[in-house]
Design a protein around this ligand. Structure first.
Ligand code: SF4
Ligand code: SF4
Length: 425
């Protein structure tokens, strides 16, 4: 970073919500909850270091050079620091602002730019992603993935490992929900997301299946658009606002009393539309109403009469997806549901709420740190002796499954909705 050249205590640059920076009292209690600090032991890769960096940038005391951008890029946006912080620092909001500032003011290298543009142009649009993956789907149908994996260069192999088997994905459930909801049943909508509806649609369908079986009235959206989380995390605030407005319109129209997503990052993004669109005169009120309806699948299922479960003898550990644990504060409900299945032994996962390195598209843009965290997560999972690791976010599922595959582990990685649906059949 360039040496400080201007001493100021007032913001001279629009880096983030400047006033929020003063909630930080620099106690450092967040450091040991921060995955990038745990790995690097570098203060500037800790939450406190990054907050100091944002303040210095805002006050014009340093320039946004490669080094400063690097420390901000390396943040996973996992919000582990928010859970640990006794001062209630809204770190998520700060880093989203800082990311947007970096995108507006920093010029990246060619490869980095290309990766980020590809993610931004493809991931939020299911049809584009499906078209891109069509050849790989054929490879999977022919059973040739292992052969392909053995022949491609290492970087491509790492990306390939992150993709679940494509044959059979999106297939409908074998049986529809058998319970007719009562006239006054709460209406629930499952937001199918963008990447999730291509790579993990069974999780959407099984969420609907479980909710219907629990007596909720499942309603559907006329249009589903990306929740905007990918854009918020990569500094594209303008498009995140556009996606948010489209979703607010569709979610309001659905008449749902509760909004669920199988991807916890999407749940948190929708839960924060009220804040995101607070200055939009046309959408502010509806966005607040939509955000207030966000619930998680496991809490809704626990609120309903328990569905019968078949015996399922296995040892299970549970990984806390960052946005579910740190964003929505949901930790106990999924564990209670898993433990209620006859025959299941639930074993606690050490560091269960430490990020696995997936973090949206982070494992594509920051593969080295992402891989380090995946290794640490896999070590902890293997140590539990579990047959299954259950989690509530498709991104974590792909990231952890890839790491377990690389080490030849037989442990199965399963989304909570798929796991519960299997046990309830
Ligand atoms: S969001 Fe996660 S990676 Fe970023 S500073 Fe907070 S704890 Fe560290
Ligand atoms: S973010 Fe919170 S925990 Fe971390 S240094 Fe600031 S006040 Fe302390």
């Amino acid at each position: 970073m360039a040496a400080p050249d201007v001493i100021s205590t007032n913001p001279v640059r629009d880096v983030c919500d400047y006033d929020l920076l003063f909630d930080c009292v620099h106690c450092g209690l967040c450091a040991e909850a921060c995955p990038t600090y745990i790995v690097s032991r570098c203060e500037m890769d800790s939450p406190r270091g990054r907050i100091y960096l944002m303040k210095s940038l805002a006050e014009g005391r340093i320039e946004l050079d490669d080094d400063a951008a690097r420390h901000l890029d390396l943040c996973l946006g996992c919000r582990g620091c928010e859970t640990a912080c006794p001062s209630g620092v809204h770190y998520g909001r700060l880093i989203e602002g800082a990311r947007s500032f970096v995108e507006r003011n920093h010029s990246r290298g060619f490869v980095d730019r290309l990766k980020r543009r590809a993610v931004s142009a493809i991931f939020p649009y299911p049809k584009r992603l499906q078209a891109l993956l069509a050849p790989l789907r054929l490879v999977d149908l022919l059973g040739l993935r292992p052969a392909l994996r053995a022949t491609v260069p290492r970087t491509m192999r790492d990306w390939l490992d992150l993709l679940p088997p494509l044959k059979g994905i999106s297939s409908p459930l074998p049986e529809a929900a058998t319970v007719s909801p009562s006239a006054d049943a709460a209406a629930v909508v499952v937001h199918h997301g963008c990447v999730a509806q291509v790579l993990a649609n069974s999780e959407n369908l099984n969420s609907e299946h479980l909710l219907a079986a629990a007596g909720y009235r499942v309603v559907h959206l006329e249009t589903t658009s990306c929740c905007g989380a990918l854009d918020l995390h990569s500094g594209n605030a303008a498009r995140a606002h556009e996606f948010a407005r489209t979703n607010v319109r569709a979610l309001k129209l659905s008449g749902a009393d509760a909004i669920v997503s199988a991807a916890s990052g999407c749940s948190v993004a929708i839960a924060e539309y009220g804040d995101l669109l607070k200055d939009d005169p046309e959408f502010a009120e509806d966005a607040r109403a939509v955000s207030s309806k966000v619930r998680d699948l496991s809490s809704l299922l626990l609120d309903a009469p328990a569905s019968p479960m078949r015996e399922f003898r296995c040892r299970v550990t549970y990984h806390d997806a960052c946005h579910l644990a740190h964003g929505l504060g949901v930790r106990e409900a999924p564990r209670k549901l898993i433990a209620s299945i006859p025959g299941v032994t639930l074993v606690e996962l050490p560091e269960s709420d430490l990020c696995c390195g997936s973090a949206g598209s982070y494992n594509l843009t920051e593969p080295a740190m992402a891989r380090e965290l995946a290794r640490r997560k896999a070590d902890n999972i293997v140590a539990t002796g579990a047959d299954y690791v259950v989690l509530a976010n498709p991104g974590c599922e792909f990231q952890i499954a890839a790491e377990l595959l690389r080490r030849g582990s037989k442990i199965k990685v399963v989304h909570l909705a798929d796991f519960l649906a299997t046990a309830s059949r």
